[in-house]
Design a protein around this ligand. Structure first.
Ligand SMILES: [Zn+2]
Length: 161
């Protein structure tokens, strides 16, 4: 199993995959448009390039050519390569928006930063230390857990084949 100290840089075609890698705790850069920049960052920061572009893939050995357009298949490909997709917990996640680290924050600290209804309904809050985005285990998080389950089932049925 490959550890979560692996770092990625994903091309512009792979936004959804990049956000999910962050949620699973992988340090993942996304949003760099120029191939030459992607190659430079990969080299300097020892990041694996994730790309749908064969030409880009040929330009670096530290690359995974992502075969499918479909998000589920993309995750499956990385699972098959041995990357760890366990531990979908807020404490382990990185901010899906900016790749920053997320830490638990007390309810008092968050009071003026979330809608009143949310403040009343939830006791658990997290904040991105980089962009300040506040997270709580609401509808969005439940949706993600649902998708996570689907991905896990996919892997289990895959292992039985
Ligand atoms: Zn952030």
């Amino acid at each position: 199993m490959r550890g979560k100290n692996t770092k990625f840089i994903a091309d512009m075609m792979l936004g959804r995959l990049a956000r999910w890698l962050r949620l699973y705790g992988y340090d993942t850069i996304y949003g760099v448009e120029e191939d030459s920049e992607i190659l430079r960052i990969s080299r300097e920061e020892n990041r694996i390039i994730l790309t749908r572009d064969e030409d880009l893939a040929k330009r670096s050995k530290n690359t995974i050519l992502i075969r499918s357009n479909k998000f589920e298949e993309q995750v499956r490909q990385l699972m098959e390569l041995g990357f760890n997709f366990d531990d979908l917990f807020p404490e382990n996640a990185r901010c899906p928006k900016c790749n920053g680290l997320i830490r638990r924050i007390s309810k008092e600290e968050i009071k003026d930063r979330v809608p009143k209804g949310v403040y009343e309904d939830y006791d658990e809050f997290y904040v991105c230390v980089q962009c300040g985005q506040v997270y709580w285990p609401g509808r969005q998080w439940r949706e993600m857990v649902k998708i996570d389950r689907k991905l896990r089932n996919m892997r289990e049925s895959n292992e039985m084949e």
